[in-house]
Design a protein around this ligand. Structure first.
Ligand code: ATP
Ligand code: MG
Length: 356
């Protein structure tokens, strides 16, 4: 197989600390499975870069990143130094948009050795995937303010739901459900309150379902769905949602499955026309930056998703098994403080790489 090129962007804060551990494990996987991967580092998409150059990324970032097979990303944002809307819109959201990463995928799985904030939940009870439409929906920039400064002042923002946009997200979700044993898909809606776009979403779900007769499909309003995430997380397998609802569910899901430090995510261009981006769910966590106590598992698990996307399912699976085994052992000298241990980012990363 030809060499696959990965662009590495550690970004800000603990992104700088967890990325080396992610790379350590990726390199261990490449050694064990004889994968031909190369890693190229970029210092942009960080607040350091912004402070030196007055912008988050160089003018030619598109042409510099376009030829890569994947982007391995840490975290961006240091709100004390650069406002979040500048750092986020100047980097991560540009990648999502330009590289048409129209799926945001987040596995939510309660692992052995990790305590769920939900009472009486054991590993196996929580194991589902949130598929979020990542390009349109409620997060359109169509709208504006009127009558500013008067008491008639108002703000309007339109939701855009296109057949193309919805169908490609749904197709991905149904295909994913087809690969999983439960073969079940849950759609998030709110057609009782949002009376134009959400009924259209439901209509497209029903239309897509006719192509997947062996998948059980149900649909819940977002309000009751969030309650069920907490009360009955065991009832879900693949959950598909619009941009806003998906944003909410894809934070709530990993939270139910324990520490934010372990949760992974992928921003996918499933057709592979552009590079997809793999990043932990957590942000730059300025509150713990510099202490070497950040949990690296979110970065490592995101790396496993990247290996899978690059066609290395066996290696991806071995990475997952390696961190599962290390977490299950719960050696307090190895695991990080968020898991109840006294270990460091590096002790946990090394233990996982050694296990592999
Ligand atoms: P963003 O806006 O980028 O999501 P945030 O400040 O809202 O950033 P995080 O940076 O994810 O959120 O941090 C939320 C909390 O979780 C912080 O208290 C942080 O210390 C903790 N946290 C985040 N990532 C980790 C990690 N890898 N290991 C341990 N704790 C973490
Ligand atoms: Mg946040």
């Amino acid at each position: 197989m030809a060499r696959q090129r990965i662009a590495v962007i550690a970004g800000d804060g603990i992104g700088q600390e967890v990325m080396p551990e992610g790379l350590r494990v990726m390199k261990a996987a490449a050694d064990r499975f004889n994968l031909s991967l190369s890693f190229e580092h970029f210092d942009f998409a960080s607040c350091d870069y912004y402070e030196q150059h007055g912008r988050m990324m160089p003018e030619d970032w598109k042409s510099r990143l376009e030829g890569f097979d994947a982007l391995y990303f840490g975290a961006v944002g240091m709100p004390e130094r650069v406002p979040d809307h500048v750092s986020l819109w100047g980097s991560l959201l540009q990648f999502r948009r330009h590289f048409d990463q129209y799926i945001n995928l987040r596995p939510c799985r309660l692992l052995q050795g990790v305590t769920s904030p939900l009472a009486n939940r054991a590993p196996g009870d929580i194991d589902f995937m949130v598929v979020r439409e990542n390009t349109e929906g409620e997060y359109s920039s169509i709208g504006g303010r009127m009558y500013e400064g008067t008491d008639r002042e108002l703000a309007i923002q339109e939701t855009v739901m296109s057949r193309h946009g919805i169908d490609r997200a749904l197709r991905f979700a149904f295909e994913l459900a087809s690969t999983r044993p439960k073969r079940s898909l849950t759609s998030a809606t709110k057609s009782n309150g949002i009376s134009i776009t959400m009924p259209y979403w439901d209509e497209r779900v029903n239309a897509m379902a006719t192509h997947y007769p062996d998948i059980t499909v149900d649909s819940f309003h977002i309000d009751i769905l969030t309650a069920r995430f907490v009360m009955h997380p065991d009832m879900f397998d693949v959950v598909v949602a619009s941009n806003l609802f998906g944003d909410i569910l894809s934070d709530l899901g990993p939270a139910c499955a324990g520490t934010i430090g372990i949760a992974p995510s992928a921003n996918l261009n499933p057709e592979r026309r552009f590079p997809s981006l793999f990043e932990p769910v957590h942000g730059s966590a300025p509150d713990i930056f510099g202490q070497n106590i950040a949990n690296p598992v979110g970065q490592i698990w995101s790396g496993a998703m990247m290996l899978d996307h690059l066609g290395h399912a066996e290696a991806a699976d071995a990475v997952v098994k390696a961190f599962e085994a290390v977490l299950a052992q719960a050696d307090s000298a190895v695991i990080t403080p968020d898991l109840g241990g006294q270990g460091t980012t590096e002790t946990l990363g090394r233990a996982i790489a050694d296990r592999l």
